[in-house]
Design a protein around this ligand. Sequence first.
Ligand SMILES: Cc1ncc(COP(=O)(O)O)c(C=O)c1O
Length: 399
Amino acid sequence: MTPAQAVMELERGYLLQNYARYPMVIKRGKGCWLYDLNNRRYLDLISGIGVNSLGHAHPRIMRVMKEQISLLIHSSNLYYHEYQGPLAKKLCETSGLQRVFFCNSGTEAVECALKMAHGHGRKRSPEKYEIVALENSFHGRTVGALSITGQPKYRSEFEPLMPGVKFVNPGDPAAFEAAVSERTAAIFVETIQGEGGIYPMSAEWLRKARELADRYDALLVFDEIQCGIGRPGTHFAYQLHQPAILPDVVTMAKPIACGLPLGAVVSNERAAASIAPGMHGSTFGGGALACRVALEFYDILDELLPQMKRVSEYFFAGLRSLQSKHSIIREVRGFGLMIGVEIEFPCRHFVAQGMNDGLLFNVTHDNVVRMLPPYIITEKEVDRALKGLDKIFKNGKPA
Ligand SMILES: Cc1ncc(COP(=O)(O)O)c(C=O)c1O
């Protein structure tokens, strides 16, 4: 048995069998590259599903981590530490909102936003508890977040879920208008649908959501857990449009602490007023180590945004030229470093071909090659990715 087989065998014996992992054991990472047990390297175009925002072993992140580990990792929310306040200030300044709650993951951020929605509704009327959410959305795996996830494949085994949720098709503005009413406590929108296949919501659609939320005194919640904090080329995807369409609440998580678990909910005062002392909390949320790393991430992000914009344009131009060469590519879409390439047929087999060629990406929605590379990716690395993708697209359907 090889060392990699031993790792997989042991897991098969003891882990909950909820993941269908690829047969690869990762040992270490450096920059945009990951190395397996045999020291074979792979260009990481998926970055832990959007989490390793600054790649692996970033020198500045390692430096603050080492320093902070020796000072304080966690102290709970019973006491203050030095890093929640400055990080919250940055999140407010960059989002245009006013109050922050820290948690540990995306789904927990969505749970907090749901409690804000219900608190907001209950203050106004016992009838105001409905949530309007979108078909094809993904908001997480906990019961609340699952209840507003508009993809039956994730929900069906667990129903009945939270009542009062109405799903609307993002392509049907009339149905959207009909679904929102005085009973609506909140509208939840992924500004760019990620798991659903990299579908950006149009500015027109987001404006309609804002207008309906205002008309019926509902909260507008943007879930930017996958598309947020720098990935779209701006801090938040709702800032891609001019004038920006401001939500009442935005949820975020993945890239913020460069691989450490940290999530956040940022809201305006109106939404924040729905949570009184004791109504919500988290033991781990907003620990000193995670917050300090996130502060460093934020500083680095400010310096990186111009480079990200340049590399993103280069990547999209390269993919569009592959599209003109390979008729199997239906569409190239996304913003910044959140990229989807829609293929005419189910293409999960591309993932294994990529791995054989030293490229890591995944396929979502059966036929969308999804890439969420680290923000530090260079043109040279993009060239390497395009070369590999060219070969994969040429191979086409499995034999
Ligand atoms: C838009 C969106 N919301 C919520 C989640 C759930 O995040 P987590 O897996 O950290 O709970 C995800 C995860 O992919 C996501 O993409």
